[in-house]
Design a protein around this ligand. Structure first.
Ligand code: DQA
Length: 142
């Protein structure tokens, strides 16, 4: 079984992007650790990043078409703006776990609304890069 891990805008710059907020791990570091963890749990992960909203929507549809067990979604700032992503999550039966490195609820007010969260199964946020590992544990137990 496969678990999709989808990453949105600016997350390709992890490692150098505002390290005081997001830490110094790169997205490749995170993907590598998740790969090991997934194998231990008996899963495979399909790890992707795009700066384009429509790609994320297409990949959510694909997750359903491919029979993915779950999706971990860090939609970056689209979390707080995208009704289209909200609708895409609602349009599929695959459970989507919202993931964030930081805790948006403790940051600027414009990050307090989550269109993703209103449609997602659950949310793991505020644990830095470990948020992904915690979310994968949750996904594996669904
Ligand atoms: C983020 C939080 C978002 O508010 C922000 O726009 C990001 C990263 C996080 O992982 O903490 O790009 O999703």
């Amino acid at each position: 079984p496969v678990i999709y891990v989808l990453n949105g805008p600016n997350l390709n710059l992890l490692g150098t992007r505002e390290p005081e907020i997001y830490g110094t791990d790169t997205l490749d570091d995170i993907a590598g650790r998740l790969d090991d963890q997934a194998r231990t749990l008996g899963f495979e992960i399909d790890f992707r990043q795009s700066n384009h909203e429509g790609h994320l929507i297409d990949w959510l549809h694909e997750a359903q078409a491919e029979g993915a067990k779950a999706v971990l979604l860090n939609a970056g700032a689209y979390t707080h703006t995208s009704i289209a992503l909200h609708d895409a999550i609602k349009s599929i039966k695959v459970p989507v776990i919202e993931v964030h490195l930081s805790d948006p609820k403790k940051r600027e007010e414009f990050r307090h609304i989550s269109y993703v969260g209103m449609a997602a199964h659950s949310c793991i946020a505020g644990h830095g890069a470990k948020s992904y590992e915690l979310a994968l544990d949750v996904a594996a137990r669904l």
